[in-house]
Ligand binder design. Sequence first.
Ligand SMILES: NC(=O)c1ccc[n+]([C@@H]2O[C@H](COP(=O)([O-])OP(=O)(O)OC[C@H]3O[C@@H](n4cnc5c(N)ncnc54)[C@H](O)[C@@H]3O)[C@@H](O)[C@H]2O)c1
Length: 393
Amino acid sequence: MTETVGFGIVGCGSIAEIAHFASIAKTPEARLVACCDINPDTAARAAEKYGAEAWYTDYRAMYAERSDLEAVIIATPNNHHRNQAIAAAQAGLHVVVEKPLAVTNKEAWDIVEACRRCGVKLMVGCDRRFWTQNQWAKQLIEDDVIGEVLMARASLHEHWHLYQNHVAKTDFRLRADVAGGAALPDTGAHAIDLLTWLIGAPVKRAVGVAKRLAMPADYTLCDDTVWLLLDYENGAQGCVSCNRFSHAVSQATELYGTEGTIYTTTDATNPFQSVPMAVYTNRDYAIEELPEILRNHRWPQLFWVEDIVNRPVEKRWTALHPPREPNNYTNMTRHFMDCIIHDEEPLVSGEDGARAIEVMCAIYKSMESDAWVELPLQEEIVPPYYAPLPTEG
Ligand SMILES: NC(=O)c1ccc[n+]([C@@H]2O[C@H](COP(=O)([O-])OP(=O)(O)OC[C@H]3O[C@@H](n4cnc5c(N)ncnc54)[C@H](O)[C@@H]3O)[C@@H](O)[C@H]2O)c1
């Protein structure tokens, strides 16, 4: 059994700083071996700050020279994901690829197939699944607390200035030829993945729009406004909305079941969802029968009456405050480590990542045809303005 796993990071920009270097440091079985950035100053600074043994400007050299590498995290602009992930798989490395897994559906399935062929693990960095409130939501759905989920909605609204002007290290998000888009592949990637996981079935068909309504054309050609409707194979209906012009950040997920409702928020709360999670169930539970999450994290409104006198427990909205630590990124790295050590399939599989890209590509197609688009797609869809790199591997 592996004792520690040697990690490399490709792309030492903002998400590597916010998420990956820190969570490797917090995971005892993970060891940072090397990092790589096309910008030598960025690579050297990251290596020094986070204690990597070596730094590189070419991922191929890092994969070839570091025999102590077992896994890499790819956190570069979207157009590089395909070639860098496939090269990692061919070097026998397990791979985490930041979301979106790729830009076109063909790129995404190329990565999945290369990892399958080479027998390495592939996980997509959809960290929203690793927020405790979303993990609790998934558990409560599996415990049948809200019955059959028939309708669900996920949104993520965030002004473009916020990340671009204060956090991002490069302007790749503004370049449609590099990123493929903004509201759809950047924020939409999270909302589509989270909704699909919570609903628990693949998307059967999709329709929607991804347009640039607010961002000036001389600033970017990327989309800033997204509305999607999704039909799932289990009969559920989903809705995703995202924009890049709302100054008040908002992320919310609403799950409507035949026996209850769950709301969760991650990035920001708002006056109407002022707690990270709330649950309403219509089921008749005695207090000792309540699923563990509700029993342990729900406070009665009147301590000595509500839970003692009311049988079944009172039907009301229950606000839950999940612990902030371990955070989503630490949970995600810990999970990937466990998958490597215990030879398990990662929670956000390559197939999940590729199906999310299919949804995004279906939206571009649905805008052309003004109609629902069935999945899986039969041809490669290249988002408007995207200029794929020459393929390698
Ligand atoms: N999970 C999340 O919530 C989340 C948040 C932010 C970004 N991301 C994803 O992470 C990826 C990177 O985004 P970011 O915000 O960190 O970008 P960024 O602009 O802050 O950093 C990108 C880094 O990659 C480097 N780079 C560019 N081309 C390279 C190459 N060929 N080889 C090696 N390094 C290269 C740049 O020099 C830069 O340091 C994107 O795919 C993005 O969608 C995910």
